[in-house]
Design a protein around this ligand. Structure first.
Ligand SMILES: Cc1cc2nc3c(=O)[nH]c(=O)nc-3n(C[C@H](O)[C@H](O)[C@H](O)COP(=O)(O)OP(=O)(O)OC[C@H]3O[C@@H](n4cnc5c(N)ncnc54)[C@H](O)[C@@H]3O)c2cc1C
Length: 383
């Protein structure tokens, strides 16, 4: 068993770390206060090649493996979890298009994603359902032999305020549940899409939005994969993106833990450094252990993906567990910092608020436990 990164992966980590320290971390708290990305963030992520990670080389991307994508996102998350979402979405959507699109569609859409000209949103959740994702109500209404109009509402769409394009899951037939759902890739900057941004606990710069579709025109050439198979394609994408979110969460918590460790070494109480009290040191030791273990599960999922092995189980294990231990570790770190941690002058409170979002985004703990349970017990035990 080899746990080491390749030379290329180490170089990528180094490059993204340097970029993050210079261009991401210094703006973390300002982005939260302003409730939006600074205007140059997306172009800078693009210039770093971070939207190109999973786009094949022949379509202008870097064609990197899943583990490398995890390495890059871990480094970026250390500076700002929310800045990871555009990179995560690009990787997820590019992956789905690469796996299911026609050569013509790949050539039409992937280079723009890689360059950052297309900022993509993943539009699944609706006002009436989230976990029960197959209950899609947004309709694709026929509009001629090869055209539809999208009518309905999506909500909780991360980057909804910024996205130029969306992968939109719509009902194209009366077939029940997942079998009637088709994935479209379409422009969102259109008069038939009305957006409103939500006021959130954390990830306030992420522009999570509600999108009302009042007849967005789409064509047969905008269908990703086959009609009626969109839901399954999206879920296969989650088998990979869930491990990436797990790594993002662990990385944020590790930054919080590092601050807490430093504080425990330097802050004194009762004439000793805090760290000499086991009531302080042991919880930090436990959190470090949980984060390390969760990180390994997430990387195993990505490694299995790269090796062409089944990885749904590990990815879903990582997705319910890593955000949970990340929130707990960050809470513990905040308490270790005492009143300093409670103040928004320090980044740790924001980290905790941001991390709670990872417990919901891309599926809650319960949703991912349902997948784990189904893999363990069998499909007939799913609700
Ligand atoms: C930061 C953030 C980013 C997001 N980004 C996106 C995005 O880009 N695109 C997108 O489409 N969506 C996005 N979402 C939405 C997210 O996917 C949903 O919030 C999630 O799927 C849960 O759906 P829901 O909120 O409607 O909760 P519900 O489905 O109403 O569930 C409510 C609670 O009940 C639990 N529950 C539901 N069913 C079961 C069951 N069978 N067994 C046990 N427990 C159950 C859930 O775990 C949850 O705790 C985002 C959400 C957040 C917070």
């Amino acid at each position: 068993m080899d746990f080491s990164l390749t030379a290329d992966q180490r170089a990528l980590a180094e490059r993204v770390r340097t970029f993050t320290e210079k261009r991401i971390t210094p703006f973390y708290q300002d982005s939260d206060r302003e409730g939006q990305f600074r205007p140059d963030l997306l172009p800078e992520l693009a210039a770093e090649g971070l939207f190109a990670l999973r786009v094949p080389v022949e379509y202008g991307g870097l064609g990197l493996d899943a583990v490398s994508t995890g390495v890059a996102l871990e480094e970026l998350a250390r500076g700002d979890l929310t800045a990871c979402y555009p990179v995560l979405n690009a990787a997820l959507v590019a992956g789905i298009i690469t796996a299911n699109g026609t050569p013509e569609q790949r050539a039409r859409w992937l280079p723009a994603i890689a360059r950052g000209d297309a900022v993509v949103a993943f539009c699944m959740t609706e006002p009436s359902h989230g976990t029960d994702a197959a209950a899609v109500k947004l309709r694709a209404e026929p509009n001629g032999p090869h055209d539809w109009r999208l009518v309905g509402e999506k909500t909780s769409i991360m980057l909804g305020a910024y996205a130029t394009h969306g992968m939109i899951f719509a009902r194209t037939s009366d077939a029940p549940r997942a079998r009637g759902v088709t994935a479209f890739y379409a422009r969102l900057d259109d008069q038939h899409v009305v957006r409103s941004t939500l006021r959130d606990l954390g990830s306030r710069s992420g522009g999570r939005s509600t999108l009302v579709f009042d007849g967005l025109p789409v064509q047969v050439s905008d269908v990703v994969g086959e009609t009626g198979l969109g839901f399954a394609q999206g879920m296969r994408g989650f088998d990979y993106s869930r491990a990436l979110i797990a790594l993002m969460a662990v990385s944020v918590a590790q930054a919080a833990l590092d601050d807490a460790i430093s504080h425990a070494q330097h802050r004194r109480a009762f004439e000793k450094p805090l760290g000499q009290f086991q009531g302080i040191a042991f919880p930090l030791a436990e959190c470090a252990t949980y984060l390390h273990a969760a990180r390994l599960v997430a990387y195993e999922a990505l490694w299995r993906n790269d090796a062409g092995l089944e990885h749904r189980l590990a990815a879903n294990m990582a997705k319910w567990w890593a955000p949970k231990v990340a929130v707990e570790a960050t809470h513990q770190a905040l308490l270790t910092l005492g009143h300093f941690g409670y103040s928004e002058e320090q980044p740790i409170a924001q980290r905790l608020r941001d991390l709670i979002g990872t417990q919901l985004a891309d599926g809650t703990a319960n949703a991912t436990k349902l997948v784990v349970a189904r893999e363990l017990l069998g499909r007939e035990y799913a609700p």
